[in-house]
Ligand binder design. Structure first.
Ligand code: GAL
Length: 316
């Protein structure tokens, strides 16, 4: 009976991600740029859940480190994974610019790498080695934010001055997501023939508290001139929402508020009108794709360079 059960379980596991027997399971080193990030926490938890529960990798084979937003610290973690001879690494870099050195040392050690969330440059992606990038094309999320504004009744112009007067609260530019979302949200508006007016643009580093501070500053400085607050992610939009309430403004009535990620609390806010819209940054799809790629590479398969996961627009 026990044997039949073991065979059945093995079959189920093979059907999902291919670790047939626990003793064949690879040793996986994972490092996340910082644990104190709302979105990357969801991503990390799902990654580990999927690897252990759905793919059958024993928990003791997986080491997950907090890069603490410090590249020197993360480099030590990567060096330790290499010294420990892990079978594959899943890396969310603190600084994308360190990709080249990671690729070179991993290749020298014969260890494949799956980069996630912070996309290395095209130049680094062209280096030798068995590595890939799993992510979402941030241009898409920016365009979707702009399209949500375009779909509103007044096309983002509450104050009726014929232009979209906007505030941009940016993420940490270490992730190209920040640059692309900033650029493409506005591009969607200008491509549709609207005139835009940038009142304010500053980096809030993906952080809720900074998002609130920056939105408060912008609202104090520009008052009712502000039509739209674009935030490169939902954590900062949560902060901006608080600043909007404190300033006596009302989302949907005299201002629009946009985020990205589709954190559960933000989806709820979109539903009840406290946010105009957000964009699903699919941490389930991305973490599963990253895990699948890592398990393949650990078995010696050659990775493709890129694995993309789509964003999804979230409105009421
Ligand atoms: C983005 C995400 C942000 C933040 C960032 C970290 O894709 O939207 O919330 O997690 O990655 O690099």
């Amino acid at each position: 009976m026990k044997k039949i059960l073991a065979i059945l379980m093995a079959l189920v596991i093979v059907a999902t991600c291919g670790v047939a027997m626990a003793e064949d399971a690879p040793k996986i080193g994972i490092t996340i740029y910082q644990f104190a990030d709302n979105f990357m926490t969801l991503y990390r938890e799902e990654l580990v859940r999927y690897l252990t529960e759905d793919c059958g990798v024993p928990a003791e084979n997986i080491t997950v480190m907090d890069g603490k937003n410090d590249q020197a610290e993360q480099t030590n973690q990567i060096d330790a994974f290499i010294a420990d001879n892990v079978d594959v690494m899943i890396i969310n870099l603190v600084q994308s610019s360190s990709a080249a050195s990671v690729i070179q040392k991993a290749d020298a050690a014969g260890i494949p790498v799956v980069f996630i969330n912070r996309e290395p440059t095209a130049e680094d992606m062209a280096l030798n080695g068995n590595f890939c990038y799993v992510g979402a094309d941030a241009r898409q999320s920016g365009t979707m934010q702009g399209n949500i504004v375009l779909a509103t009744e007044n096309k983002g112009d509450f104050n009726g001055n014929g232009q979209v007067d906007y505030v941009m609260i940016m993420g940490d530019p270490e992730n190209v997501d920040a640059q692309y979302r900033t650029e493409f949200s506005v591009k969607a508006l200008t491509d549709a023939g609207l005139t835009v007016n940038k009142l304010f643009e500053q980096r809030g580093d993906w952080d809720q508290t900074k998002g609130q501070e920056l939105a408060a500053t912008a609202l104090t400085q520009f008052g009712n001139d502000v039509d739209v607050i674009f935030c490169n992610n939902d954590a900062m939009a949560l902060g901006a929402y608080q600043a909007i309430v404190d300033a006596g403004r009302v989302v949907g009535e005299d201002i629009y508020l946009l985020g990205v990620d589709a954190l559960a609390e933000c989806v709820e806010m979109v539903n009840n009108g406290q946010m105009t819209g957000t964009v699903l940054n699919d941490h389930n799809g991305q973490s599963h794709t990253a895990a699948d790629a890592a398990l393949k590479a650990a078995k010696g398969e050659t990775l493709e360079k890129y694995y993309w996961v789509d964003y999804v627009m979230v409105t009421k």
